[in-house]
Design a protein around this ligand. Structure first.
Ligand code: ADP
Length: 345
């Protein structure tokens, strides 16, 4: 409001200056014409003043319209053209900005337009990336399922091969189910702003239960757990938090070496709760560490069959939703530690 107010004030002041200026100019021209004897007149001639005033106003009007058109309306014309392009879906368009102070509305308008176009193009890029990644993650298991199903359909396989192919079909279907449930969860949590099903429950007990979910995997790899879980009551959503632990503990198991150890600590001081999950597995390099919370990012494409890169994006969103945050430290070949910081509120 303040800015539009200042724009109106400037416009009124401008018109006032133009009126005063044309008055002065008319007077000056009459004086010069009279002084040099070019035009002899009586200042009482009733036609003279309006005629000269008309002439001066016309010249002044034409000049001002030219200046106004060039300097004031030009950015508006450029903006109209650029807006038309944005409406057609071309988000790469940018308008030339004017170097000016913050009070200039046109300069600010141009800056805001460029900012808007920039935002729209990054949303578009993000959308395209998301669709590409999703299509890729979806297509790979589907192609594999179709291939092995066709082999089974042809027949002529011995019992061992049949079992192997059916096993692949089952695990690839599980991968698809996992992908769609993660997408659904992520979309749900991204659109959710408040947690409605909050209740006090035992966080340490929930962590123990989540470890048991992966019993088949960790016992197959001979992984041991070192638990140091303080009795901790947490006021939050049991269901949402369970998705967080499943992803972090699942990753610790997945990226641990055979015969490895996973240390889990849960401590609290006042309302602050801290849970650390440390594995001694393959760890990550700096490049991977910088991207792990991005959707579909997978540090090692060789692990592609064992994940879809959505788990940590989900973990990050859940922590934010619960008013907490996650930190991570890792070293290639030495292991990784995730630290989940929560607050009872
Ligand atoms: P996914 O595990 O399905 O690949 P995530 O989003 O859970 O997807 O993890 C993204 C990436 O982060 C993984 O591909 C992996 O490179 C890295 N990562 C996550 N947790 C660990 C861990 N505990 N140890 C080593 N790397 C990890």
């Amino acid at each position: 409001m303040k800015r539009f107010g200042s724009f109106h004030a400037k416009a009124i002041l401008f018109v006032f200056y133009v009126m005063v200026f044309s008055g002065f100019l008319t007077g000056a021209i009459l004086f010069i014409l009279h002084y040099f004897g070019i035009l002899r007149f009586s200042i009482f001639n009733p036609l003279l003043l309006p005629l000269v005033a008309l002439l001066v106003s016309t010249i002044l009007g034409l000049g001002l319209s030219y200046i106004f058109g060039e300097h004031v309306l030009k950015p508006v014309r450029i903006l109209t053209e650029a807006t038309r392009k944005v409406a057609k879906g071309d988000f790469s368009v940018r308008v030339p900005e004017i170097e000016d102070d913050d009070e200039n509305e046109v300069a600010e308008f141009l800056r805001s337009f460029n900012k808007m176009a920039q935002e729209l193009s990054s949303i578009e890029m993000f959308r395209n990336d998301f669709i590409n990644n999703f299509s890729h993650e979806f297509k790979t298991p589907m192609v594999s399922i179709r291939g092995f199903a066709k082999q089974l359909q042809k027949g002529g396989l011995d019992e061992q091969q049949q079992k192997e192919y059916i096993g692949i079909i089952v695990s690839e279907s599980e991968r698809l189910i996992n992908l769609s449930s993660n997408i659904l969860l992520l979309t749900r949590y991204e659109n959710q702003q408040i947690i409605s099903d909050k209740a006090v429950y035992s966080l340490d007990e929930q962590i123990r239960q989540c470890i048991l979910i992966f019993e088949k995997e960790w016992s197959a790899k001979g992984i041991e757990f070192d638990l140091d879980l303080d009795r901790t009551d947490f006021y939050g959503s049991r269901e949402i938090m369970s998705d967080l632990w499943i992803n972090i503990i699942g990753n610790a198991v997945k990226f641990s070496y055979d015969g490895g150890r996973i240390d889990i600590r849960c401590t609290h001081s006042g309302d602050n709760i801290r849970v650390t999950v440390r594995d001694h597995g393959c760890g990550m390099d700096k490049e991977t560490l910088d991207h792990i919370f991005e959707k579909f990012y997978q540090g090692d494409k060789n692990h592609a069959a064992r994940g879809n890169g959505l788990g940590l994006a989900l973990v990050k969103r859940i922590a934010e939703l619960c008013g907490g945050y996650i930190t991570v430290s890792s070293e290639s070949g030495k292991g990784t530690e995730f630290s989940v910081n929560l607050r009872n509120q």
